[in-house]
Design a protein around this ligand. Structure first.
Ligand code: PMV
Length: 335
């Protein structure tokens, strides 16, 4: 039996502007994880993938030909082919995840990464993070059209990523641990819709939006530098400034603004919405002293779910932590 894990991710700064060619920074969220277990099965079974949290059991051999393959099936086929193995191997793959689904935390890429690693390790192959990231990108591409590549990179490397669309992604290390609290508004806000609304606004007021994007891009450059040198005060100030610019882009919401305010009043070094906005998550940079207060204040101010995570110096793919509770499930069983 072989077990492998992968973290979630969150965008630290640069969302929306990144769609227009400016840089963004994303970090792994190691406190939530996807876990995959691979076991040999009896002759003739083929590959069975069991994802109880999603209410899914998939059989590679018995897939109805008119049904589009599930991302988990594409993941397993991709890694077996990459290893030069048959897709008719006899394996039972069990998938569990505590990464909240469809909340901008990269749950799909996390599950694919855990499965890819577990299958390879089961056949005694240790894939590089680059290989894993590339395989997961192919799965993301099939299911999300033209993904930026940020999710598979930050999750496979389990390191902060500095990213410019269409350019090679750069991973980097933080000089000092970053302690982040993530507060979920509980409001679902499809990324595609918010990105579309920003595009319309940009078409109406190109100069103003280009200027906003430039200012966000400059923040991403400064934040990377400040993270590398361990200057958390600057990271916090830049997060605050990024939130103001996102408000100007009209992608915040009263609930996001009030959670950001609450976190700041409780002593967070910086706070902002994260991801597409208008719902979804906000993040706050905290210290050991302010962490508990910020977490409690966010929960009482209406956050549906509050996660704490740390981005540590010298990170990289880690061994599985003990897995915990099941994630939320979407109606369509997607990851
Ligand atoms: O919430 P997420 O992780 O889907 O982030 C969306 C980030 C955007 O910049 C708004 C869109 C994108 O494709 O980069």
């Amino acid at each position: 039996m072989t077990v492998a894990c992968a973290p979630g991710k969150i965008i630290l700064v640069g969302e929306h502007a990144v769609v227009y060619g400016r840089p963004a920074v994303a970090v792994p969220v190691s406190q939530v994880r996807a876990e995959a277990t691979v076991e040999d099965a009896e002759e003739g079974q083929g590959v069975i993938i069991a994802a109880a949290d999603l209410g899914l059991t998939l059989s590679l051999m018995q897939r109805e030909p008119d049904r589009a393959p599930h991302p988990l099936e594409v993941t397993v086929t991709g890694v077996l082919e990459h290893l030069g193995l048959s897709t008719e191997e006899n394996l039972t793959i069990t998938v569990k995840s505590t990464v909240p689904i469809a909340r901008g935390l990269g749950s799909g890429a996390a599950v694919s990464t855990a499965v890819t690693r577990a299958v390879a390790q089961h056949f005694s192959v240790e894939l590089t993070s680059e290989e894993v990231s590339g395989l997961v990108y192919e799965v993301e591409r099939l299911h999300h059209g033209t993904p930026s590549g940020i999710d598979n990179t930050v999750i496979a490397y389990e390191r902060p990523v500095y990213f410019i669309r269409g350019e090679r992604l750069e991973t980097f290390q933080v000089g000092r641990a970053l302690s982040l609290v993530i507060g979920d508004t509980g409001v679902s806000s499809p990324t595609r819709e918010v990105v579309g609304a920003v595009r319309q606004a940009w078409q109406r007021a190109r100069e103003r939006y280009e200027d906003l994007f430039d200012r966000v891009g400059a923040i991403a450059v400064d934040v990377r530098q400040a993270m590398e040198s361990g200057d958390l005060g600057t990271v916090g100030l830049m997060m605050d400034e990024n939130h103001r610019l996102l408000q100007e882009m009209d992608v915040s919401s009263p609930l996001l603004d009030s959670l950001v305010d609450v976190a700041k009043r409780r002593g967070a070094l910086g706070a902002k919405l994260s991801g597409a906005g208008r719902g979804g998550n906000m993040i706050a940079l905290v210290s050991a002293e302010t962490r508990d207060g910020v977490q409690r204040a966010l929960a009482s101010a209406g956050a549906q779910c509050v996660i704490h995570t740390e981005v540590l110096p010298e990170t990289g793919p880690t061994l599985c932590l003990a897995s915990s509770s099941a994630p939320a499930k979407t109606d369509d069983g997607m990851i």
